[in-house]
Write a protein that binds this ligand. Structure first.
Ligand code: SIN
Length: 513
């Protein structure tokens, strides 16, 4: 996009109109990070048929730029580039890969302000939260730069005198990484960093709603010295790109974060070429507040766990189950905290809640609230579109919710918290587990034995006890049931990109001396 200066002298009255027509001006300290083409090998490219798609700012509806609407054909070229790069990348020493990844981490941190700004513009989350995501996203690169050096094999005690047995680990090959819009950087690095550490190369497909942060991160990977072709980025036609990744025999692994419906399609498709698959899918996180919870800790934890990213994370609390004895006090204190949230454009000072990503997201939130109210829920805070219009929704608290409501069964993915009353521990655990999903769950209690029992009983991949923010690079992130397969982050996340090879050395007779 041209800068204001490049547009030539305009009268002060003409300029604002012209700017509106062109869309939001993206101003970064390093304008070289503002990329609006795909990356294949060492080339920033348009779609092969020249089609484009706009990237819009969800807070204003303005167009930021347009990016190539890439297809299956473009994706095949990216796979070829990744496949070519794999030979040399996988042969490098782990310490060599580690150094380049460390450079990438440093550059992500050095450019935190620009990356955060770009993220707010395309995704909407408040600036401080976006800056937090840059640090969170970069932490996966740092962590796996270190782990790259610790991909150990095994020497197996042999049951045969003349045989020796060992296990070595190999990178799986080219990885197709399909990522969502809610974390435009972290969901990419959580996949690409362990892949690169293991010696794999990647074709990344960011969401077409938020490709700009991904492209900037890819530019920084090149600047870090990571060879061209190791990270490729294509975006546009989700179905065409997804099919090309799935059908390719060169792509040996698909890693996906997104809806359970799409995850099932990818999993079935991956069967055609028997690829490895990791899936991080939908959730329906319960949060249990027991009578003996510390009220302040519970309110703070539930607030962070529910309203982070305006409720648009897979681990966001979806239902708050509150025990009889604390229900009224919790509803009152939590309602006050929710009322204190500030909604607006994420670039403005003091904003804690940005817009929802699009109209469809807003419609879903509205449908859930209407359904709950029609079945007896009481609006305690919010409950409607925000006066700012567009895709802004008021942070909402519903009392008197029940398991008959849509919001109890489906992920709302928005800033709405329903309070459901319960009496006994077993009743709460049963309600919490009443879901086809099993990603994250939360519980607040001051009683260690009770907390331990609940953590053991919850059928979820992750449990926050007296804590609403559980995500870090060192934890195994992932779910059970229809919330997915595999784990991301931590030492476990690396295994997803490694093949185990067993080698048997036979006829190891002792030399006769
Ligand atoms: C997600 O929403 O999928 C990721 C959330 C997180 O990393 O905390």
């Amino acid at each position: 996009m041209r800068s204001v200066r490049a547009m030539g002298a305009q009268s002060p009255r003409v300029l604002p109109a012209l700017l509106r027509q062109m869309g939001t001006m993206v101003q970064l300290k390093e304008m070289g990070l503002f990329k609006s083409k795909g990356l294949i090998g060492d080339k920033w490219v348009d779609a092969e048929d020249g089609r484009t798609l706009p990237v819009t700012n969800p807070a204003t509806g303005e167009t930021l730029t347009s990016v190539p609407l890439m297809s299956g054909g473009d994706t095949q070229k990216a796979i070829a580039a990744a496949s070519h790069a794999f030979t040399s990348w996988s042969m490098r020493t782990a310490s060599d890969r580690s150094k380049l990844m460390r450079n990438w981490f440093n550059l992500l941190i050095e450019n935190k302000d620009d990356l955060a700004r770009l993220m707010v513009l395309e995704q909407g989350k408040p600036l401080a939260e976006a800056a937090g995501e840059i640090v969170y996203g970069a932490s996966f690169v740092e962590f796996y730069a270190e782990e790259a050096k610790r991909v150990y094999g095994d020497l197996i005690p042999s049951p045969f005198a003349e045989k020796r047995m060992l296990v070595m680990k190999h990178p799986v090959g080219v990885v197709g990484a399909i990522t969502p819009w809610n974390f435009p950087l972290a969901m990419i690095t959580r996949k690409v960093a362990p892949a690169l550490a293991a010696g794999c190369t990647a074709v990344v497909k960011p969401s077409e709603l938020t490709p700009l942060t991904a492209l900037a991160a890819a530019e920084l990977a090149l600047q870090a010295g990571i060879p061209p072709g190791v990270v490729n980025v294509v975006m546009g036609d989700s179905v065409g790109i997804g099919n090309a990744l799935i059908d390719s025999t060169q792509v040996r692994k698909i890693t996906f974060t997104g809806s359970t419906a799409v995850g099932k399609i990818l999993m079935a498709g991956a069967g055609k070429t028997v690829k490895k698959v990791s899936l991080e899918l939908g959730g329906n996180a319960p949060c249990i507040i027991f009578d003996d919870a510390d009220l302040d800790i519970a309110v703070k934890g539930a607030l962070a766990g529910k309203y982070r990213n305006s409720g648009q994370t897979c681990v966001c609390i979806n239902r708050i189950l509150v025990q009889d004895g604390i229900y009224d006090r919790f509803a009152e204190a939590f309602g006050q905290a929710v009322s204190g949230l500030r909604v607006g454009n994420g670039l403005e000072e003091g904003i804690t809640q940005g817009p929802l990503i699009n109209e469809a997201a807003l419609d879903k939130v509205e449908r859930h609230v209407e359904d709950a109210v029609s079945k007896g829920a009481k609006v305690l805070v919010g409950g409607k579109r925000h006066s700012l219009g567009r895709t802004f929704y008021e942070p909402t608290l519903l009392g008197n919710a029940s398991d008959e409501m849509l919001i109890f069964r489906e992920e709302v993915f928005g800033p709405v918290a329903p309070l459901v009353r319960f009496k006994t521990d077993e009743e709460a655990i049963k309600m919490a587990n009443e879901s086809e999903f099993g990603l994250a769950a939360y519980a607040f209690t001051e009683n260690i034995a009770r907390g331990w029992h609940v953590a053991e009983s919850l059928e979820y991949g992750m449990v926050g006890l007296n804590e609403g923010l559980i995500s870090t690079e060192v934890e195994p992130f992932g779910g059970t049931k229809q919330s997915g397969l595999g784990r991301e982050g931590s030492k476990y996340g690396l295994d997803e990109y490694l093949e185990v090879k067993y080698v048997c050395l036979g006829n190891m007779k002792q030399p006769v001396v």
